[in-house]
Design a protein around this ligand. Structure first.
Ligand SMILES: CC(C)(COP(=O)(O)OP(=O)(O)OC[C@H]1O[C@@H](n2cnc3c(N)ncnc32)[C@H](O)[C@@H]1OP(=O)(O)O)[C@@H](O)C(=O)NCCC(=O)NCCS
Length: 111
């Protein structure tokens, strides 16, 4: 029996790695994880897969007792922004990260 891979999502949990974004969102005093690196193969898009993956990630974040879930989207990436809104992350601001990339920042308090 084969395994079909049609999408993936990553939950970033390293507080060191997230330090810049925590500062940007004034969340230095909290534990934060990031919904990042999500991809659904083009032929499977539009079926709610990204939304479902992000819901699973938020459940995991709750189990791990993080205070906040954050995420970022490129300003032109409507799909990315919509999927974040579907799982009720709030748009906070658009900013240029320390690597120079322009991103929309989102967050949700879960604790
Ligand atoms: C962004 C991405 C992950 C969305 O995956 P998906 O499984 O198609 O998303 P969903 O089916 O859960 O869509 C959730 C909502 O967003 C909307 N949406 C998704 N992609 C959209 C797009 N390109 N334009 C407009 N709306 C879009 C859907 O219509 C849906 O809204 P609805 O329920 O009101 O109809 C997918 O398009 C992708 O892999 N893109 C390339 C990689 C990428 O950009 N990743 C994000 C940055 S790391």
């Amino acid at each position: 029996m084969g395994i079909n891979l049609f999408g993936m999502a990553q939950l970033y949990v390293s507080q060191d790695m997230l330090a810049d974004k925590k500062r940007e969102l004034e969340l230095e005093d909290y534990t934060v994880c990031e919904l990042g690196g999500i991809l659904v193969l083009p032929e499977y898009r539009g079926n709610g897969i990204a939304t479902a993956l992000q819901k699973i990630e938020i459940e995991l974040a709750l189990e791990l007792e993080f205070d906040y879930v954050i995420s970022m989207a490129h300003p032109d990436n409507i799909g990315s922004q919509k999927t974040l809104e579907k799982v009720e992350l709030n748009f906070i601001k658009e900013t240029r990260l320390s690597n120079g990339f322009l991103r929309k920042l989102y967050m949700k308090k879960i604790k």
